[in-house]
Design a protein around this ligand. Structure first.
Ligand code: HPA
Length: 271
């Protein structure tokens, strides 16, 4: 049973840490640098946590990190799970069920994404204000356990307006330029075709990526306040003038990561 498994994982994590954070961050491709800001770190490899999935993508470490950013307790997932690795949507959201049992209330999800909006450029940071689930993968398919959340959760505000407003204020205070827009989920692992990107643009996508939407759905279902930010690492297929490469995605994400980390650090302190 999912609930009992998640309790077992949570108890293991609890046994390793002194205090339980209320904020968790999921770090996307090339954005793991935020853990450098975490002090008094406890690093728990996913491999040690009972029932936890294991990540396999280059650029994704697999650690559950707990510590403090300027005194504020935070948990960070260094490395996440993707649908294209062969996980079911429910499996890849498993850590969120564990976080719920731990008592996490605020979830920050970061990712690398392709820019669909032609006003964007590589290196831009985009606050996600909504999502489109083009692949209809949903972590909530299957039996529902009411201890986690309702059978038919509302999704009218998938990204917390309060957290978004806070992030905007922090960005303005720090002089960090940001965009806002709609994140579209594509399953991957291949990049999209140019025709798909043209279709996504018509349907209202500003950025496209291979993660984040399952975690957003599960986070809302679990009653968490969810905040999402994309690092635009490349323009999407057909808009970009060069072919995509994961190395380039990670390079641009690493380059933008200083700006993103400074922003998220201050944001976390202010939650
Ligand atoms: N498409 C999908 N996922 C991505 C992209 C992209 O162009 N860039 C980074 N992640």
């Amino acid at each position: 049973m999912l609930y009992e498994k998640a309790v077992e994982s949570a108890e293991f994590i609890r046994s390793k840490i002194k205090e339980i954070p209320k904020i968790a961050v999921i770090l996307g491709s090339g954005l793991g640098g935020l853990v450098d800001f975490i002090e008094e770190k406890v690093v728990i490899p996913y491999a040690e946590i009972p029932n936890f999935p294991q990540s396999s993508v280059a650029g994704h470490a697999g650690n559950f990190v707990v510590g403090k950013i300027e005194g504020k307790l935070v948990a960070a997932m260094q490395g996440r799970f993707h649908f294209y690795e062969g996980f079911s949507a429910r499996e890849l959201c498993y850590p969120l069920y564990v976080m719920k049992i731990l008592g996490i209330e605020n979830l920050i999800v970061t990712n690398a994404a392709g820019g669909v909006n032609k006003d964007f450029k590589p290196g831009d940071l985009m606050i996600i204000d909504n999502y489109i689930n083009f692949i209809r993968v949903n972590p909530l398919i299957g039996d529902n356990d009411d201890r986690f959340g309702p059978r038919f959760p509302d999704m009218s505000k998938p990204y917390s307006p309060v957290l978004r407003e806070k992030a905007v204020k922090v960005a303005e205070k720090l002089g960090i330029d940001y965009k806002q827009g709609v994140y579209a989920l594509f399953n991957g692992p291949c990049y999209e075709s140019a025709a798909e990107i043209r279709a996504f643009a018509i349907l209202g996508a500003d950025a496209v990526g291979m993660s984040t939407v399952p975690e957003t759905i599960a986070g809302n279902y679990l009653g968490m306040n969810v905040f999402g930010v994309s690092c635009i690492t490349n323009m999407a297929t057909g808009i970009a003038t060069v072919q995509h490469s994961h190395t380039e995605v990670v390079r641009v994400a690493n380059e933008a990561s200083g700006k993103l980390c400074a922003w998220m650090k201050e944001f976390i302190i202010n939650i």
